[in-house]
Design a binder for this molecule. Sequence first.
Ligand code: SAH
Ligand code: SF4
Ligand code: F3S
Length: 440
Amino acid sequence: MIAGIMKFIIETYGCQMNVADSELVSAILVDAGFEKTEYINNADIIIFNTCTVRQHAEDRVIGRITQEARRKKEKTDLLIGIIGCVSQRIGNRLVHQISALDFAVGTDQYLQLPDIIHKCYEQKVSISQLTVNHRENYENIYPLRKKGISAFISIMRGCNNFCSYCIVPYTRGRERSRRPKEIIKEIMRAGKDGYKDITLLGQNVNSYFADGVDFPELLYLVNNISEVSRIRFVTSHPKDLSDRLIEAMASLDKVCEHIHLPMQSGSNKILKLMNRGYTIEHYLGLIKNLRKAIPKVAITTDIMCGFPGETELNFYETYQAMQEIEFDYAFTFKYSPRQWTKAAEMNNQIPEQKRLERLQKLIKLQEQITLKKYQHYIGKRVEVLVEQISKRSDKQVSGRARDNKIVVITGDKNLIGKFIQAKITDATKWTLKGEALPYQ
Ligand code: SAH
Ligand code: SF4
Ligand code: F3S
């Protein structure tokens, strides 16, 4: 193996920011002369892009590293490394603890990866490079994406909110927004490369601000880009969701009728302990305003249960809020204590068994709501942008409606990239099924 043509594979865990970062890292490595592979058997370098938002996510990836370490018996010069949030958090410790781990690189140090890999390979040393750089924005790198119809465009990095349970501000550093000029340039290029449905990414996109442009203003600018057809964004924070943003969503034709707006809890006591910066009344007001301004809007959320101090009553407040709002979908989590965060130090930690019981109740409730919501679509017409051959059958394709729901329709690969009017014929708790309508 010659160092110049080493092949790498990246296995990605965690949120969309990590998916976007893997595309960024792929571009950095390919530019430096490495080759990307999708087959782990062919890889000379295995990179895990890791998530530490809950303990389970961290344990899983550490398990994967030890599993793949066995390959080193046969392929002695194989390199294994980690990047992302686990790496930023405890990478230094891990390279010492796990002998098979060759490098750990932090979220602001990806430009160093080619040099680090060469050094590990040539000098047979293990390296951790975790220096924080609150200004690193990775400008001028065009991410290497999988060919397709939808693309993530990261518009900012980091987070300043310090929700009391959350590790992200520690692993991603301070919030920084990319310049609008750079974002527009990247979206135009992505549009020319065939990506039609783009998602603007940040931990809190509502607080985007650069060169005098705030988030609603950025949406207006992106809406003018003729190369793209649909615009989405995640994640919005309820404390920063302005009327101007709702107005922009309502008036801009390419901005899709979907918002992901994490509620976390329905209890004001818990929201305060979480340092979320809003009350449940404020949250309910936002839902009302969104539904009034954008009648077809789909609203999805993140909900957490078992936060320290959460009583049965507090939990029930969350349950009730979910019943009242009827989210299209809710990602539900049981609280997981994270080292360094305020919540991990709080009294009244809830026993694991209780957290699990509460989580199961939330999952069950949301399944019923989602199914009911999805069944409302039966008989209705939606516009589907076809993205891929269905995973279940090659006579079916799947795509998304404007409100982000997955729709499966009969058809073949020629439909990929096309906008299809479909009539919904069936609904499960995850997907809609539809038939393409003839053009009129
Ligand atoms: N920036 C986004 C996403 C953060 S992580 C936001 O603010 O919404 C995604 C979700 O994971 C969070 O919304 C929260 O519900 C959940 N989460 C974060 N930390 C957690 C923890 N310590 N335990 C359990 N769930 C957590
Ligand atoms: Fe974490 Fe809160 Fe920042 Fe989201 S807004 S990343 S939950 S600290
Ligand atoms: Fe996980 Fe880091 Fe995203 S902790 S959720 S990968 S920002």
